[in-house]
Design a binder for this molecule. Structure first.
Ligand code: LLP
Length: 470
């Protein structure tokens, strides 16, 4: 994180707090979240997008809401930081909604997502007066309408659309139907008439959903939404998606004579995990987005809609680190590609692993690691940092240079673990999930307590096992 530093003795500090002091107080593995970095990133997105869309001619100006995507990392303290920084909160389940409400986030500043929301989740959202429910299918539109009628409220609804953009490869193509579970396809039955040969929205599921939502008695259709993927660096996919959704809004205007007020462009902005990753800064993303939206609206004769975005990783990812204690170190003779003969790979085992960070095993994700508890002048040696789970794929950092004198008891810090680590953590092998400590201006406070062995056994019902004799 931006506020990581070394103290006079060479030990790593975060938010002005020595990480060694944190390991003494909270043990390892543990997650540490820099509150200053989190708030700074939240503000950076908010300010950059508001400024970019407040510039230009009066008819090009619009307001922007930034919905922090709670799935990346959510607890009560973080939900409060989000609200205090003037952001809204995107939730993806009844549980995330529960945390948002417990934190006191006003319902109007909460969104609810999901491709298979239960009636209970929708009822909770309607009772809380959420600012938007993002509908993902035609049957869901009918269900929300019925539940709104039953609750006696109007439901603000956005439609999640599938713009047919393949962002990761930035080899995006106008696929007629994206083969995945989310959203309503924009692809209709015939050519779009834009000369590209691409299929237009006439007769598409997206069009049918707009018709249904406008006809529904208890719904307010407030706009359309898309989310093209995650950990994306290139602007192309975002820009293509924005153009396609605006073209769809123009189609809706032709068909219904109404301009839908809001366009949500989702999250997915990438962060740096390892040296060499070059993510765009929020200001750059905001300026590019505003330019594309304005240009496209001008071409299509649309008013610039209200804009929202849903960054998760790009706000919390670099604010978090994980601390581990080094245990077993083993030199293994291996055939390394590109080397002649046999070489040695140093396996450095730590006291956590895929239960606190499943991303390397799930997505082949890369991380880095540094010696946090001291400095060392020893020569750097190529190491693989591995966890303590019963799987050979349990890798924390695939390749990293660490000092030759690394020894058991040293503390390693793995940066950029703020997003999708704690939220994806598990109790695999009955490991307790680590707690989360927030650091800020030289002080540290736990915001999620680490699990204990009592927690580990709490839901296991021994009486159900029948006979007590074994
Ligand atoms: N909005 C919607 C509708 C989403 O589905 C997501 C992420 C976001 C916003 C936030 O995306 P972000 O800005 O954080 O990239 N577990 C995976 C990431 C899954 C993302 C799911 N949806 C990982 O660890 O990489």
């Amino acid at each position: 994180p931006g506020d990581a530093a070394r103290d006079d003795d060479g030990a790593l500090t975060l938010g002005g707090v020595g990480l060694a002091e944190l390991t003494d107080r909270f043990g390892t593995p543990s997650y540490v979240l820099s509150e200053g970095e989190f708030r700074a990133r939240a503000r950076a997105f908010r300010d950059a997008f508001r400024a970019a869309f407040a510039a230009g001619k009066p008819e090009q100006r619009t307001t922007v809401d930034v919905y922090y995507a709670g799935k990346a990392f959510l607890c009560t303290a973080v939900a409060r930081w989000v609200a205090q920084e003037g952001l809204c909160l995107d939730t993806a389940s009844g549980g995330e909604l529960l945390v948002a409400l417990r934190a006191g986030v006003p319902g109007a500043r909460i969104g609810l997502h999901g491709n298979n929301k239960s009636d209970a989740e929708l009822r909770r959202a309607l009772a809380a007066g959420v600012g938007r429910i993002v509908a993902d299918s035609l049957p869901e539109i009918a269900r929300i309408d019925a539940l709104a009628a039953e609750t006696g409220v109007r439901a603000p609804v956005m439609l999640r659309l599938t713009p047919g953009v393949h962002a990761h490869t930035h080899d995006f193509i106008a696929t007629a139907h994206e083969d995945q579970k989310f959203g309503l396809s924009l692809a209709g039955e015939s050519e779009g008439g834009d000369g590209t040969g691409a299929v237009g929205p006439a007769g598409s599921p997206a069009e049918a959903a707009v018709d249904a939502a406008l006809a529904a008695e208890h719904l307010d259709l407030i706009g359309v939404h898309c989310h093209i993927g995650s950990q994306i660096f290139e602007p192309d996919g975002f820009e293509a998606a924005a153009r396609r959704l605006l073209a769809f809004l123009a189609h809706v205007k032709d068909r219904h004579g109404a301009e839908l007020p809001e366009l949500d462009l989702g999250g997915g902005h990438g962060i740096a995990y390892v040296p060499g990753d070059t993510p765009r800064e929020p200001a750059e993303i905001a300026t590019a987005t505003a330019a594309v939206v304005r240009e496209t609206c001008a071409e299509l004769g649309l008013r610039v809609p209200r804009i929202s975005i849903e960054p998760g990783r790009a706000i919390v990812g670099t604010a978090g680190i994980t601390l581990y204690t080094v245990g077993t170190i083993k030199d293994v003779r291996v055939d390394l590609p590109g080397e002649t003969g046999t070489a040695v790979r140093r396996y450095v085992s730590v006291d956590g692993g895929m239960s606190d960070n499943p991303r390397p095993v799930l997505y082949d994700a890369d991380y880095s690691a540094v010696l946090a508890s001291r400095t060392s002048a020893a020569a750097p040696v190529l190491c693989r940092v591995v966890g303590k789970h019963c799987e050979s794929g349990d890798i924390v950092v695939r390749d990293v240079y660490l000092p030759d004198d690394l020894r058991a008891g040293d503390v390693l810090a793995v940066p950029a673990t703020g997003a999708y680590c704690w939220s994806l953590s598990s109790n695999y092998n009955y490991l307790p999930r680590p707690g989360v400590t927030a650091v800020r201006d030289g002080s540290a406070r736990p915001i999620v307590r680490g699990e204990t062995e009592t927690d580990l056994l709490a839901r296991d019902l021994p009486d159900a096992a029948g006979e007590t004799d074994v």
